[in-house]
Each structure stands twice: as structure tokens, then as C-alpha cells.
Design a protein around this ligand. Structure first.
Ligand SMILES: [Zn+2]
Length: 69
């Protein structure tokens, strides 16, 4: 699962496009936070220079990124 990531994340959906993986995640930061769980929000993950990079996308994944099956 997502055990390489900080916090408590639940992955609801995954889309892979080329070298980028998009994940719809619900995040619980858990530190006296009244807003948990957050999201779900989309994040993009890709490999760059041997490291996993990530980018916050938002509530909606741009449809250009997704091929509907
Ligand atoms: Zn929180």
C-alpha cells in the first residue's frame, strides 16, 4: 500500500498514465486536527533521478490525464 508515505493515507483510486501514477487519497494527519480525514484529493507520483516525486493535483483529476476504461 502507501507505507512509504507519511501520515495515514487511504488510497481510493489509482490511474497510471505513462510514467506518472495518479492516486486519489484520503489523508488523516491525526494531530489534534478537526478536519480529518482530508480529501479525497488527487496526487501525482513519478520517478525522477532515482527518487519518487509527488505533486498535489486537487479534488479533480484533469480528464486529459485519464483514459476512461
Ligand atoms: Zn487533519
Amino acid at each position: 500500500m502507501a507505507d512509504e508515505l507519511p501520515g495515514d493515507r487511504e488510497v481510493l483510486e489509482v490511474h497510471t498514465t505513462g510514467s506518472t501514477t495518479y492516486r486519489l487519497e484520503r489523508v488523516s494527519c491525526g494531530k489534534n486536527c478537526k478536519g480529518c480525514p482530508h480529501g479525497p484529493y488527487w496526487y501525482g507520483y513519478w520517478r525522477e533521478g532515482g527518487k519518487t516525486r509527488s505533486k498535489y493535483i486537487g479534488k479533480n483529476l484533469p480528464t486529459t490525464q485519464v483514459k476512461k476504461v
